[in-house]
Design a protein around this ligand. Sequence first.
Ligand SMILES: *Cc1c(COP(=O)(O)O)cnc(C)c1O
Length: 356
Amino acid sequence: MKMHNFYAGPAILPKEVIKEAAKGVLNFNNSGLSVLEISHRSKDFTKVIETAEALIKELLNLPDNYHVLFTTGGASSQFFMIPMNLLNKDETAYYVNTGTWSTKAIAEANHFGNLVELASSADKGFNYIPKYKTPNKGKYLHLTSNNTIYGTQIQHFPKGDLPIICDMSSDFLSRPIDVEKFGLIYAGAQKNLGPAGVTVVIVRDDMLGTVKRHIPTLLDYRTFVKKGSMFNTPPAYPIYVSMLTLKWLKAKGGVEKMERLNKSKAKLLYKELETNPLFSPNIPNNRDRSLMNVTFQITNPKLEADFLAEAEANGIVGIKGHRSVGGFRASIYNAMPRSSVKVLTDLMADYTKRKG
Ligand SMILES: *Cc1c(COP(=O)(O)O)cnc(C)c1O
């Protein structure tokens, strides 16, 4: 049966990438060796990591003063690495709280400097992107561009004097961004880029070297910059597969093309949710809705388990909502074909005719 993978993360990867990644495990570049068993210092692997870095720079149009780093510990480790590297005890960082991930980032940053929660959407179960005035003093402004669990997304990043630090884990490379607004961008690979195990950090040069505290070598961004993310053994296979996805993304037409496809997929699904009387989207305001994670409810909760079972019988997996929200969530990342979204909306329409 054809499977339609709507998991939120680890998540769908392009079919072509999976095939190539499998080939690399068996016989990497016709070397007679597996990509899993070659030295990270070998010529072949050096080329992999350099290509991945170059493709991220190219796809996002990064100016020369931005570094691309490959770290471990997930996006969650960035919650403390960021303030540890960027924020002195007597300096202020502003955080906008838009959900579980921002809440966790705030909890970590609190220990390193003066933290101000600039705005929050906790009052309404994080179902909107809050408004705020961008401060003109302080060290940085931390935002979460896409809230994977709740299904909201920032559509316009504020202009201002503060560099934006942004958790883009679940919408990295899903659309063009105005890079110059950002001091640092981070993304765990397992949502929109590759397998779990590597986290991409993009950092502007002037953000580094401004804190007084001692930073352990492997938690210091400058170590990654100096050593090309190879102070120690990097997560070689996740980097390899991410590199394949980056090549795929470039061949598909880059982030502009992705944005168009992502908008078209999201439109199809939200339209069904708006017009189908049995389903409703969680996020009331169209402007705040995520193009990556579409969260919704079935208006007759008695049918929830039944619909989930029908979806699974049709090869649709991963649409159960996060345990903290309930209902449903369809994650429609870059690699998700529009045809799979159509399979889901067709099933919803048909289901409502039969049982609505
Ligand atoms: C999944 C996710 C995280 C956590 O990522 P880990 O790699 O598991 O630490 C952080 N932020 C966002 C927005 C996410 O979607």
